[in-house]
Design a binder for this molecule. Sequence first.
Ligand SMILES: Cc1cc2nc3c(=O)[nH]c(=O)nc-3n(C[C@H](O)[C@H](O)[C@H](O)COP(=O)(O)OP(=O)(O)OC[C@H]3O[C@@H](n4cnc5c(N)ncnc54)[C@H](O)[C@@H]3O)c2cc1C
Length: 379
Amino acid sequence: MDQRTPPTISFDAPAAARRIAAQAAARAAALDCDGSFPLEDVRALAGSGLLAALVPSSAGGAGLGEEPRFRKLADVLRRVGYGNLALGRLYEGHVNALQIIARYGTPDQQRSLFGDATDGHLFGVWNTEPKPDGLTFSQSGEGLSLTGRKAFASGAGFVTRALVTARPSAGGAPMMLVVPLDAGTRADLSSWRALGMRASATGTVDFTGLEVEAGAVIGGPDDYHCQPFFSGGAWRFAAVQLGGIEAVFDVWRRHIRIGGRGGDPHQLARLGEGAIAIESGRHWVERAAGIVADDSLPPDRIVAFVNLARVAVERAGLDVLQLSQRSVGLEGFLAGHPLERLSRDLAVYLRQPAPDRALHLAAAEILDGPEEAGELWRP
Ligand SMILES: Cc1cc2nc3c(=O)[nH]c(=O)nc-3n(C[C@H](O)[C@H](O)[C@H](O)COP(=O)(O)OP(=O)(O)OC[C@H]3O[C@@H](n4cnc5c(N)ncnc54)[C@H](O)[C@@H]3O)c2cc1C
């Protein structure tokens, strides 16, 4: 197949993300139903070059994510999340997959999979699995045979390159595999009857009976959980969440302004508190992205910072939800009011794995640190 060429280093990814986000925001209300998926928006991501923008500059691509302190990537993730959180979730999974491939893939795997991203394939990272029938693989002739399922897999039925974790059936640590999938196959969205994020197609995918080439395996045993990359990558979903929080804030602000309630000191005080929450979240996201990109702290300290950042952004989101609902009142709970939909999406997307653990691990890391507080996060 003739491959299109990826965008090059001069590609203005934040400008592209701003355009896509505006279109996605206009379409989001129509996609707020069970079983939906932002297909046009994903096609727009592909058409704009944002799916291929992760191709490293060393491979002739735009190298989104190579810039100092991940500034552009953080901005792109936030903007896409602002337009539509479901699209932001899907794009974050795509980014995660391509970064893993850039880190662990062989030159041949990279050439082939970066080509797929350039051709418009949507990637996802599917780690969560239903117990007890998680995904396993076994040798089958020259290739590998898969058995089992993945759960809470975003883009199920639409992702055509799934980076999955799977255990060898003979036992041992999980491996990563990139599995090519045909759109519309193996996905079950029937249990995704969620309060929000309805358009993220977060379903169950059954891989049983699927055969892949041995070359589908990326990296070595348990590379997926290698730190600080595994937990440190949480800054990316926090960046998408921040976009969702900003979207709620803007709808809330507009409601107060249009309703002529801006003269009320309680309304203004709540809005001010919301602005503080958002800017705190932004500082956490930018600093976490910077600390991960710089890679100059010990891995445990990087992970601790990102764990604190994700808890801080979750708190900012919960605060903005509560403040905006109090300010707008009952109207903000009525179907058709943008706050109602945006709040549901945000409430669902704030749910990420093991939040208590993130906080206590971060606290345990700094408990015994010999540094003064102001030096904890300095290399
Ligand atoms: C919209 C959306 C899309 C998603 N897409 C994907 C995807 O594409 N791929 C993928 O792999 N996953 C995906 N996920 C799943 C995600 O990675 C998490 O698995 C999921 O969000 C976990 O949420 P939870 O609230 O159930 O977390 P849990 O980790 O189950 O936490 C729930 C509560 O239990 C506590 N808790 C957790 N562990 C313990 C314990 N051992 N003992 C006591 N308490 C505990 C937590 O602190 C928290 O209070 C998606 C999730 C969402 C919301």
